[in-house]
Design a protein around this ligand. Structure first.
Ligand SMILES: Nc1ncnc2c1ncn2[C@@H]1O[C@H](COP(=O)(O)OP(=O)(O)O)[C@@H](O)[C@H]1O
Ligand SMILES: [Mg+2]
Length: 338
């Protein structure tokens, strides 16, 4: 049962195809994310759904109704952008109640409730310039949500905020989205953010969708080299590189193999652990070691390739730059790419 149906949507600017035959559907109450690098077409797709840009071809259906030709203001869609875009000469309350006022609905209870659920109590009479970025974005969200839109569209709403506020707002957005059961399309270039928030992720590249799936599927089963390159800092080997660097013969007929940094086991070269069945092994040297909180990342120089190996940081007993090491890679951790 799909609630939003985007069907064969194309968008051209002059000769340039920005959206190339995009199709997907979303269930009611689902949180999906369009994930991709800058310029891949995320905002254009979101704006097409909002009715802010016309599409060259295709259809957008919401709740069985074709809204492709419907003007933006009639689509009942709420949108929040990276730039907060609040009315500078209006207070928090006035900003939030603006949409209701336009529709000639008076509902101070609803405004107060929204202020409460967005954690904006005490700031009702403040002006946007008196608020932090995070607070301004809460107001922008409240302003969109108070109209009970059919779909909530969020275009990189957290990208301008610093890491800590960003994290807390991620959790807030998720909580409110679930509470209101509102169908949401979120746009980001940040894979971690996409993983945390989404029921499903659409990985976009150059106007197409490369892969869609749950965060877990996208993370553990990237389909092709592009997705593997974009997600989870995969090590990517081609056939020849597998032959050159692994001690065992590489059997699969794959163009490329992707191996997650945390799926590689690392030992001192003379630790005595010989290769066992079901694994590939390689030898090399630690060329770089970095610690980011709970994870230690090693860059290991093999015969013809550098790979990343991540380990949980569990105290001092670890390897150092210059150490000779042995890598053991379970065969099932080698993901064959299309
Ligand atoms: N109004 C426009 N006129 C011409 N080209 C545009 C316009 N808007 C966006 N583009 C181009 O479309 C492509 C996708 O842009 P956009 O959807 O903003 O990407 P993203 O949001 O993923 O960064 C880019 O190459 C951009 O330069
Ligand atoms: Mg954009």
């Amino acid at each position: 049962m799909s609630y939003v149906n985007v069907s064969s949507v194309r968008k051209k600017y002059g000769d340039k195809t920005v959206l190339n035959d995009i199709s997907f559907s979303i269930k009611q109450g689902e949180f999906i994310t369009l994930l991709g690098q800058s310029g891949c077409g995320k905002s254009t797709l979101l704006r097409a759904i909002a009715g802010i840009v016309d599409i060259s071809d295709g259809a957008i259906i919401v709740n069985d109704k074709d809204i492709t030709a419907l003007p933006s203001r009639k689509r009942e869609i709420g949108m929040v952008f990276q730039s907060y875009a609040l009315f500078p000469n209006m207070t928090v309350s006035q900003n939030i109640s603006y949409g209701l006022k336009m529709k000639k609905i008076k509902n101070t209870d609803e405004v107060q409730k929204m202020i409460g659920s967005m954690g904006l109590e005490g700031l009702e009479n403040n002006y946007p310039h008196e608020l932090s970025g995070g607070q301004q974005q809460r107001v922008a969200l409240a302003r969109a949500l108070i109209l009970r839109p059919k779909i909530l569209l969020l275009d990189e709403p957290l990208s301008a905020l610093d890491a800590k506020i960003r994290k807390s707002l991620q959790i807030e957005i998720k909580r409110i989205q679930k509470e209101m059961n509102i169908t949401t399309i979120f746009v980001t270039h940040d894979q971690k953010e996409a993983m945390i928030l989404s029921d499903r992720i659409y990985v976009m590249n150059n106007g197409i969708i490369e892969q869609s799936g749950t965060p877990e599927t996208i993370y553990t089963r990237p389909k092709n080299k592009f997705v593997a390159g974009f997600i989870g800092s995969y090590n990517i080997f081609d056939n020849l590189e597998m032959e050159q660097n692994m001690k065992e013969h590489f059997e699969a007929e794959a163009s490329h193999v992707a191996i997650r940094p945390e799926s590689i086991q690392i030992f001192e070269k003379n630790a005595g652990r010989g290769p066992s069945d079901g694994t590939y092994t390689a030898e090399g040297e630690v060329s770089l070691k970095t610690i980011s909180g709970s994870v230690i990342s090693y860059q290991i120089q093999l015969n013809t390739k550098t790979v990343q190996v991540d380990q949980l940081y569990q105290g001092e007993d670890n390897l150092h730059e210059g150490d000779e090491v042995k890598l053991v890679i379970p065969r099932q951790a080698c993901i064959v790419l299309e």
